[in-house]
Design a protein around this ligand. Sequence first.
Ligand code: THU
Length: 131
Amino acid sequence: MMENHELVVLAKKAMEKSYAPYSKFKVGAALLGKDGIVYLGCNVENASFGATICAERTALTKAVSEGAREFEKIAIVASSGEYAAPCGICRQVLYEFMPDGEVILDSSEEGMKVMKLKDLLPMGFRGEDIK
Ligand code: THU
């Protein structure tokens, strides 16, 4: 059983690997699979800014490429120490694999905040909507 605060600690560890020379905004994510495995990710920036990959998608893509398909929750932290809610693209990408999942945010001043991905992405689009 992985506690939310443990997942936040792992997201902070993942943030140490962030490659963010342009924004200097480091982000770390720790994604818990239903298999009990935790997949870590950080943001990976690029001189061509649009090619940047967010921490959440790094973690998810690593996990899916290792064979994982279902996830329980993801913890996200940023170097600002403030809550860093996932961007719109990451919400959609996470929704594909954890529509009932939880998003754990952390602020150094205000502590943890747990949200349902469904509340962050109302009426999210899924494969079953393709008819
Ligand atoms: N970033 C993330 O890693 N996750 C988010 O959900 C928001 C933004 C990164 C991308 C870029 O490297 C930096 O934060 C500034 O946008």
